[in-house]
Design a protein around this ligand. Structure first.
Ligand code: SAM
Length: 268
């Protein structure tokens, strides 16, 4: 039966997801229908592969405190910097193709930062060569995972993250697997997880749902249905911690096993 609205009563507009305040995620399944939050703009959404700001917001609320130094070694459009500063954290961003003055030009494999200075590192690296970021020969987005060049370069970037991260502090790495016609499936997530594990203590794995806006465009849906492959439906968010180090009686340092179970919220 058709119901009629009483005269004078307007239909309430559905709240736009990008205007809603961010919220702390309680589970390991995150779903963000918009890239920005709170009616603001965090980072440059036009940058290829820009990160959903709420991914970074959630990490910083859990693992950092106001005043901590947050570093993004592949900062792109600067989402990490904007979110960190909104939350009262200090922020440093590097990229081979900087597009804003507060992102410094540097290769993530050799950062101009002293060891142990970062209180948190967030990185959303190229997912092998699925997007073109710049023509810089050092860009990891030019390297093919299938050809074996991508992983050694990522290992060098992970070594550098370990060097700059203070012992006991966390990092988040956001990545998706890749499927390309002619090359097939590349399990970037599992490959990078195992390399992270060699350097850091695992804390958690989050699945972030992707809103494939291209799905309804062109032939994407038909290609996936008829071509016998899947389009990527989620990103991995890997959370790790750099193991703390104790001073040895002889003055040297030895690694200490990471504290277990203490990775709950610490910031505001
Ligand atoms: C997925 S994008 C990062 C997106 C960013 N988090 C944002 O929200 O805009 C990956 C970035 O890695 C950068 N990049 C690729 N190779 C690099 C390298 N060797 N050193 C530093 N940055 C690099 C690219 O220029 C690109 O901006």
């Amino acid at each position: 039966m058709k119901t009629s609205r009483p005269p004078g009563l307007r239909r309430l507009a559905k709240p736009r997801p990008d205007r809603l305040p961010p919220r702390l995620e309680p589970t390991t399944l995150w779903d963000f229908p918009s890239r920005n939050y709170g009616g603001g703009v965090q980072g440059d959404g036009a940058w290829p592969g820009a990160t959903p700001a709420q991914v970074i917001w959630n990490l910083l609320r859990r693992y950092t405190r106001p005043g901590d130094l947050v570093v993004d070694p592949m900062a792109g459009g600067g989402t990490t910097l904007d979110v960190a500063r909104e939350l009262g954290r200090r922020a440093l961003g590097y990229d081979l193709a900087p597009r804003r003055p507060d992102v410094f030009r540097a290769d993530a494999r050799k950062l101009p930062l002293e060891s142990g200075k970062a209180g948190f590192v967030f990185v959303d690296p190229p997912y092998s060569n699925h997007l073109r970021y710049s023509g810089d020969p050092g860009c990891l987005g030019r390297l093919d995972a299938a050809g074996g060049e991508y992983y050694p370069a990522m290992e060098a970037a992970l070594d550098e993250i370990r060097r700059i991260l203070a012992p006991g502090r966390h990092l988040g790495l956001y990545v998706s697997d890749s499927f390309a016609k002619g090359k097939g499936f590349q399990p970037l997530g599992f490959e990078l997880f195992s390399r992270l594990r060699q350097r850091f203590d695992p804390v958690d794995i989050v699945a972030v749902a992707r809103h494939n806006r291209v799905l309804e465009r062109g032939d994407y849906r038909r290609a996936a249905e008829e071509g016998g492959f899947f389009l990527r439906g989620f990103n991995y968010l890997f959370i790790f911690r750099r193991g703390a180090e104790r001073r040895r009686p002889d003055g040297g340092r030895r690694p200490r096993a990471g504290r277990r179970g203490g990775s709950g919220p610490c910031g505001k």
